[in-house]
Design a protein around this ligand. Sequence first.
Ligand code: HEC
Length: 111
Amino acid sequence: MRHFMWSACAAFLMAGFVLLCTSPAQAQDASDLFKSKCSICHSADGSSSGPVGKSLNIPDLRSDVVQKNSDADLIGIVTNGKNKMPAQKDKLTEDQIKQLVSFVRTLANKK
Ligand code: HEC
């Protein structure tokens, strides 16, 4: 009986673990990442309209000026930085940067 309880418990834990690892949607991750790492300068909606965005004269990420860049260009800018835009290569993985660029693409439609 005792043995049964242990294996039931282990199976339960394992199921929980698998759920935990597979459930979060990627889009949600990217938007959380954007909020925590990028919104200080770019605002949560990418408009860069907050005090920092205004003082650094940051372009609206939703605008054509930014959106006309290729994914590779944007990934490059986020990875290596550009002027006052800090490089993220030591802070984020390549994968996270790609997700963020995809996220920036989704902002364009929400003008
Ligand atoms: C310290 C403020 C700051 C933070 C934090 C920041 N950025 Fe920027 N970002 C800038 C500035 C300033 C520019 C404008 C660079 C330029 O064109 O001179 C910029 C430009 C950009 C551009 C457009 C490039 C262009 O000019 O066409 C993208 C895309 C971008 N940032 C994405 C991100 C992402 C994703 C993050 C979070 C990982 C992030 N930024 C975090 C300041 C910041």
